[in-house]
Write a protein that binds this ligand. Structure first.
Ligand code: NAD
Length: 302
């Protein structure tokens, strides 16, 4: 197959560096976002790319692949369906949902798109904004092997690791479960640091202990000093998005009959804090929000 023409929707914290890498790799790219300034900035930086106008209804026959990198399933479905892009793509086009969406909704969406002659794979990512810039993300893919084969050369510009998890939806399931584990390590690490501090152990010292002991995690190694103790809280992954992922994982567990006490408690904690945190609060702000009553934050927002 010749080099595919790609549509890319969602030029946010992750989407912009990912689309930038595809433009740099020489793909014919059409880009879209709900925020016109995000699109304008992208087109200035990548003059070879073109606008994909979401408000139009003209056919997009030239696109072979449509990548969406959007906040959640609601938005993915709204962009594709309800008079959206799915009806404009040519039959046989491949849709890749790289957002962290809801697995069971992805399965249903794939069936509905299949009815239009479209193929869908889910390829959510891990590795954060830094990984998106460097092209070192991990992607966990759900869908038909032949569809992944077609997508793989594109995905390999974005990710250093491509794992075919299973059927469509299983990438999104694996991603949510990964983030449940990741959020749990944030929660428990922050709580341990708070207890250490109350006991008189400096959090930096406690982090050094964790990182040289069996409590070491990605959180202790890569998040505590860099984003929490530094006070920068700028990992690039928001607290509401992490809370959404934890809820996706826990909802899935409940729906398929594997609920767990720890998972439920973590979901409740993240949902509670997300309810009063700023919409753009970084997820590493859990360091100062766990244990906060929320009244200060609520009054800051109102
Ligand atoms: P973001 O909020 O920075 O970007 C989302 C983009 O989608 C924004 O530019 C927004 O304007 C656009 N958008 C929203 N509604 C739209 C619509 N109706 N039509 C067109 N565009 C619309 O989010 P992000 O951090 O880039 O995350 C995107 C996805 O990737 C999420 O599902 C998130 O959970 C996941 N993710 C994020 C990270 C991270 O570190 N930020 C890491 C892995 C996965």
């Amino acid at each position: 197959m010749s080099v595919p023409a790609i549509g890319f929707v969602g030029l946010g914290r992750m989407g912009t560096p990912m689309a930038t890498r595809l433009a740099a790799a020489g793909y014919a790219l059409q880009v879209a976002d709900a925020v016109p300034a995000a699109v304008a900035a992208f087109l200035v930086a990548q003059p070879g790319a073109a606008l994909l106008d979401l408000s139009e209804q003209d056919p997009l026959d030239e696109l072979d692949i449509l990548i969406v990198m959007l906040p959640d399933s609601n938005i993915v479905e709204a962009v594709l369906e309800e008079g959206g892009l799915a009806g404009r793509l040519r039959r046989g086009a491949l849709v890749i949902d790289m957002s962290s969406s809801e697995p069971l909704r992805t399965t249903s969406l794939a069936q509905r798109l299949g009815g239009l002659g479209l193929r869908l794979i889910d390829a959510p990512v891990s590795g954060g904004v830094r990984g998106a810039i460097a092209g070192t993300l991990s992607t966990m893919v759900g869908g038909a092997g032949a569809d992944l084969d077609e997508a793989r050369p594109v995905l390999e510009h974005l990710a250093a690791t491509v794992i075919h998890v299973g059927e469509v939806g299983s990438g999104h399931a694996a991603k949510a479960l990964n983030n449940l584990v990741s959020a749990t390590t944030v929660s428990v690490t922050v709580e341990a640091l708070q207890t250490a501090a109350r006991f008189g152990i400096d959090p930096a010292m406690m982090t050094e202990v964790l990182n040289s002991s069996s409590g070491r995690t990605n959180t202790s190694e890569r998040k505590v000093a860099a984003f929490m103790l530094s006070g920068t809280f700028d990992s690039g992954f928001t607290l509401p998005l992490m809370s959404k992922d934890v809820s996706i994982a826990v909802d899935l567990a409940h729906r398929i009959g594997t609920p767990g006490d720890v998972s439920d408690a973590v979901a409740q904690q993240w949902r509670g804090i997300a309810s009063f945190a700023a919409r753009d609060a970084d997820h590493t702000e859990m360091y100062r929000l766990i244990g906060a009553s929320g009244s200060e934050e609520r009054s800051a927002r109102s």
